[in-house]
Design a protein around this ligand. Structure first.
Ligand code: NCD
Length: 304
């Protein structure tokens, strides 16, 4: 039985097969409509979510399966003091597969070690968010044709942003990707990530101003300042509007640069940018459903 804790749990070849399946789902949705008849997905969300939880639920419903779960730790037995290990043993009696989001780093991994059903990490604290990374990679592959030979700028909260950490981890396995990290000093990408890049001789730059590197980017991955991970409100207020991508700044970008964002957006992309053909963040949400459908089928070992 397989779980998904980190994007590295799948080899590059396995990811290719997963993305091929996701693209087939995209173009032949009805073929998959009964693939999960009689199967149940449990969504155990101890932290807020809109996209991740609902796209998991939509994915399972699109496959003909059904969904149970909770969307708030306060309405689960966690509020009574139940451990994640006990909860997953209980959930294993009710469902065939589980997507879990938790504010504590590593909690889904603890669950996976106790589970008799596949567990998917749907975000653990500021650590990893592998299914967002699958979404990001599928979006890049589908819109760009391949995952290689590009310069990607990751901008915003690179310290607490788990989607950034997972995406960098995943992209280092593809050829000729150049990273530019754009953040204020306080929100720089953690050392364990830059150490890993240095070890693998992967080029990266760290800058503060978005404008100065904009013309070089093929992808711009914007992120929200992660309010819930700050220790004090003052720092958050000072940093929250550090970057605002607007029409003016988009004039500096390549004609075919693509903007990605895991969403939710707060102020970091002005709504006037949404109509720019380079804005790909709502398409990205759609790819998130296809890739989660492909992931559920793969972990349940269902072939259509
Ligand atoms: C992200 C997350 O939860 O880490 N959201 C998502 O799942 N698409 C990004 C964020 O909350 O900023």
């Amino acid at each position: 039985m397989r779980h998904l804790m980190s994007p590295l749990d799948f080899s590059v070849e396995e990811l290719d097969r997963l993305f091929d399946l996701a693209n087939d789902i995209e173009h032949n949705m009805s073929k998959y409509a009964h693939a999960c008849d009689g199967r149940k997905l449990a969504t155990c969300f101890y932290e807020p979510s809109t996209r991740t939880r609902l796209s998991f639920e939509a994915a399972m419903l699109n496959l003909g399966g059904s969904v149970i779960g909770f969307s708030d730790a306060g309405s689960s037995s966690a509020a009574k003091g139940e451990s994640v290990s006990d909860t997953i043993r209980v959930i294993s009696c009710f469902a065939d597969i589980c997507a879990m989001r938790h504010p504590k780093e590593g909690a889904p991994m603890v669950a996976a070690s106790r589970s008799t059903i596949p567990v998917i990490n749907a975000g653990d604290g500021g650590h990893q968010h592998p299914t967002q990374t699958l979404t990001d990679l599928l979006t890049i592959r589908s819109l760009n044709g391949s995952i290689d030979n590009f310069t990607i700028g990751l901008c915003g909260d690179l310290k607490f942003g788990r989607t950034v950490h997972s995406l960098i981890n995943a992209l280092v396995r593809y050829p000729n990707i150049r990273f530019i990290f754009i953040s204020p000093e306080e929100l720089k990408v953690p050392d364990y990530i830059t150490d890993m890049l240095k070890e693998q001789n992967i080029p990266y730059e760290e800058v503060i101003r978005l404008e100065e590197i904009m013309p070089r980017l093929d992808f711009l991955y914007m992120t929200r300042v992660q309010k819930e991970r700050f220790f004090n409100e003052e720092d958050y207020v000072r940093l929250k509007d550090f970057y605002i991508l607007n029409k003016e700044k988009m004039k500096l970008a390549k004609q075919n640069m693509l903007i990605l964002h895991p969403l939710p957006r707060v102020n970091e992309i002005s709504v006037e940018v949404d109509d720019d053909p380079r804005a790909a963040y709502f398409k990205q949400v759609q790819y998130g459903v296809y890739v989660r459908m492909a992931l559920i089928l793969t972990l349940l070992e269902i072939t259509v």
